[in-house]
Design a binder for this molecule. Sequence first.
Ligand SMILES: [Zn+2]
Length: 536
Amino acid sequence: MRTDLLLRNARIRTLAGADHSGTASSLAVWGGRVLAVDEDVEAERVVDLDGAVVVPGLHDAHQHLAWFGLTLGELDLRVRDLDALYAAVAERAASTPDGWIVGAGYDENKLGGHPTREGLERVAPGRRVWLKHASGHLCVVSGAVLRELGLDERPRDVVGGRVSVDADGRPDGRLEEQAQQLLGALVLPYPLDTLVDAIERGGRVSLSQGVTSVVEAGIGGGWIGRSPVELLAYQRAREAGRLPLRVELMVAADVLRPLDAHPDDDLGLGLDLGLRTGLGDDRLRIGPVKVFSDGSLIGHTCALTEEFADTPGESGYLQDDADALRARILGAHRSGWRVATHAIGDAAIDLVLDAYEEAQRRWPRPDPRHRIEHFGVARADQVARCAALGVVPVPQGRFVGEIGEGMLRALGPTRVPWAYRGRSLLDAGCILPGSSDRPVVDGAPLRGMHDLVNRRTDAGTPFAPEEALSGLEALVAFTVGSARASHQEHERGTLEPGRLADLVVLGDDPVTCDPGAIAEIPVLATYLGGEEVFRA
Ligand SMILES: [Zn+2]
């Protein structure tokens, strides 16, 4: 028989088999799927890879595609200190005489402090300025914005968030967590055209880094959403040939509401028409519902059982009343949603594990694979519980490198071994996906794999090195692990007959190369469904 494409003379890691040690030297593609490995077949097109390494397409289990794409057009605030940040704002103010000045990616741990409204007034007097923290969990706005929001006269409390004030009780510009939603009145919704542009831009960068599948960790509402009709942006992008890769969309829990279905249907929370997890196809589908239980570790807003090491008296907070969070998780589970709850602090993780356990006890479902996004600071008993309940932890390897120094300070030596685990999750028998949380940190998956293996901050400090993975385990996380976390292991993650023909051609083998060089492995080409979609 004659097939579409034959890749030959390659070092292919198929990742097949129980220990994922499968390899091959040729691979045939037909109709967008793997037809055969190591079989002599005739093909329309034959590509000789000259001994290059091939791995399954990389799959980022938690990132923010549209947010990343938008960021690519915003002021880059990953600068060395506050002076450099203010200089960048001043320059943007001078070059754009009106409209918003929007920047992203600042981290006070690196700058030495948060920017303030006074500082912004000095460099961009009277302008609307909006600077987003790297974590996405807080932002700083200028006095003009605070006045427009009516916050100057009356700083108000927000459930699950905070309008930060100075010693005189006057807002200092910082809006934390749910308080960021106040900004919505001025900046939301984004037009669909803007979102389609961002999705395409972010997707193209992802392909160039070997990413063929992503999970977008929250659309449609809450502080994470950009438009109530955000799904339509993805649909339009796809129709226009501008959706570069495979996307699973998490739906922000704020969007779910009680449904007027028949009482026998036992539907608690849902979307109109009964849309829920699983609808769609292998290019675009609805994934889990995204619930936020707490905030960020480096932003000191995640909910810990004990205080932060560097800010005594503070232990973070939940994003909502505990009972309301539990009710949201139970309601979504009961209605058939897969639930993905953001939980970073161990107090938040306790709450989420309790809720998942209760949900399964009261309304059992086969293999629901609920997830805990980040699973940032997890005690050993929580690891064991996660495994016993079949809950999928979704930690981010790259956090160790990029924001590890801030995490070391926030946690202190006794709790660092709990942070962004790897090895102990595998040993406990958990599914371990690979993810970045892009644009919170660099989303190149080879960088993420590098940090999973090396466990060092970018400054070189060892970070719980006992949690290190092998090169093969890190590769399996970003392929098989992510596929399993999305309940898609029958479709992707390995290169076996019948699976989607998504693959990456690399300049070296992350399994056998020097562990210190994984991040620098060049991506030579990316194939999606057997089509070449990127070439270096
Ligand atoms: Zn995220």
